[in-house]
Design a protein around this ligand. Structure first.
Ligand SMILES: NC(=O)C1=CN([C@@H]2O[C@H](COP(=O)(O)OP(=O)(O)OC[C@H]3O[C@@H](n4cnc5c(N)ncnc54)[C@H](O)[C@@H]3O)[C@@H](O)[C@H]2O)[C@@H](O)CC1
Ligand SMILES: [K+]
Length: 449
């Protein structure tokens, strides 16, 4: 049961390929079931466990876990709606010598293990089976999903049948997209990995604490990173982004636009056509509070022509031509509506959409939301899940844009800069607790770095 940070993300197909490459499926199931049993014993205390077993290999893992719990002397019962249908699951079922209760009449237990369906789920659950799954979960103190909560797809975060909210999901062999992507992810609860020694390769990973560029004895304000924020119609938003850039670690932040007041660390200058020619500028952030009028359009054109690394956010995304050639490293920070507007609507998974957008526009994309996907034009992807729901407030996107500018100006390549900023933003929100405002989030950035 290990934390998932930094681990590869595999789809159902790549998982099956890794399983085939390993060759010994029976050994994998034995390992998976033993891992589930160990985790359940650790969490159950002396409480009885009820294992719900489905017809496929996910159910097979459930039977193995039940046998392991029984052998360890732990009170355990098994319930199923149907007999197993795969050879492996049948073999696992044959080793369980206790009764198998019909799902419809199964008595609840304080600990429920959901081994109904995993990566093989292909359609909604039978409505009666789903009802009993919910009944048993509602009566349990702790619900543990094996591989995935039964009812969610593996690859794109969709929910085919709403499962109960599990407290813990044990990802077998690798993290899958639906452990991280909404709406499926909310049903998984805490996700922990059971290592099956498959060491699968993947260009998609779960976000992990980044390697920040910390200052050294020979660092000065410009080498730490100079960020220019292009202001516009609503200076409050670009100021918030500016202060976020400072708090995220930039050595010098220039706010180009109207507005007065603290902090004094922020250098303020009016916008001018030559404002971005200073060669020390390591990143330009444009979009927060920019507006969408002709002035905004001119400022965006100047920023795009400046050749400086760019973070394009908010209003600037509405004015951007996604297909224009790039003259500099660029990070876009769209939410779902902005992705639709820039790249067209699609039913593809959030990971695939971010990847396609990054390749098409030749940029790094931070596709924001309760799950945030960062994608590079070369197909690399990192996913940040579990963000605080309290981030759904005005100004939090401006904070992310500013922090991204700071990371880019610090010299990190765009994909790493975007990843570092998303991680900082998520951790700062965690530190803020509940009902915080974007200004609190800015303050918390320096405390999590
Ligand atoms: N890939 C791997 O490396 C490993 C996979 N293992 C387990 O194997 C699982 C995948 O096993 P399977 O491919 O057998 O798939 P599942 O166990 O998820 O079940 C799929 C079976 O149920 C049927 N089915 C799909 N949706 C249904 C529905 N709504 N109602 C009724 N029947 C439905 C399918 O036709 C198939 O027979 C993983 O999730 C994991 O738990 C582990 O045993 C160990 C290693
Ligand atoms: K399951």
């Amino acid at each position: 049961m290990i934390p998932i940070d930094g681990h590869p993300i595999l789809t159902a197909a790549t998982m099956r390929a890794a399983e085939q490459a390993h060759g010994n499926l029976s050994a994998l199931m034995a390992q998976a079931g033993a891992g589930v049993a160990t985790a359940a014993r650790r969490l159950a205390g002396a409480s009885e466990v009820l294992v719900l077993c489905g017809p496929g290999n996910n159910g097979g893992d459930g039977y193995v876990a039940a046998v392991e719990l029984h052998v360890a002397g732990h009170p355990v019962r098994v319930a199923a709606a149907t007999e197993p249908r795969t050879d492996l699951a049948r073999a696992a079922r044959a080793r369980w010598t206790g009764p198998v209760e019909p799902l419809a009449t199964a008595r609840p237990a304080p600990i429920l293990i959901d081994a109904l369906f995993g990566t093989g789920l292909s359609r909604p659950l039978d409505a009666v089976h789903a009802m009993h799954f919910h009944r048993l979960a509602a009566a349990a103190r702790l619900t543990i999903a094996v591989d995935l909560p039964s009812g969610v797809t593996t690859d794109d975060g969709r929910v085919l049948t709403e499962p109960p909210r599990c407290h813990l999901t044990l990802a077998l062999g690798a993290v899958k997209p639906s452990h991280l992507l909404q709406p499926a992810a909310r049903y998984a609860g805490h996700v922990r990995l059971i290592d099956l020694g498959l060491s699968p390769a993947s260009v998609a990973t779960v976000i992990a604490r980044p390697a920040f560029r910390d200052p050294g004895p020979d660092t000065h304000k410009y080498s730490r990173g100079m960020v220019a924020l292009v202001g516009g119609a609503m200076p409050g938003a670009s100021e918030l982004a500016s202060i976020a850039a400072l708090r995220a670690g930039a050595g010098y932040v220039l706010h180009l636009g109207d507005g007065t007041g603290p902090p004094h660390a922020l250098v303020r200058r009016p916008w001018s056509a030559g404002a971005l020619t200073d060669p020390r500028i390591g990143a330009v952030v444009i979009g927060p509070g920019l507006g969408r009028d002709d002035t905004a359009r001119d400022r965006l054109a100047t920023a795009l022509a400046s050749g400086r690394p760019l973070v394009i956010d908010g209003d600037a995304l509405h004015l951007l031509d996604a297909d224009a050639p790039r003259s500099a490293q660029t990070i876009l920070t769209p939410h779902a509506g902005e992705i639709d507007a820039l790249f067209g609507k699609s039913t593809a998974s959030k990971i695939d959409r971010a990847r396609v957008a990054a390749a098409r526009a030749d940029v790094v994309v931070i596709f924001k939301g309760p799950d945030t996907v960062i994608a590079a034009p070369d197909s690399r992807v990192t996913v940040s899940a579990d963000a605080s729901d309290w981030l759904s407030a005005a100004g939090t996107g401006d904070v992310l844009a500013g922090a991204t500018g700071a990371m880019l100006a610090s010299g990190l390549p765009p994909f790493e800069a975007a990843t570092a900023a998303v991680w900082l933003h998520r951790e700062a929100a965690r530190l803020c607790g509940r009902s915080f405002i974007a200004d609190d989030l800015v303050g918390a950035l320096s405390r999590v770095r």
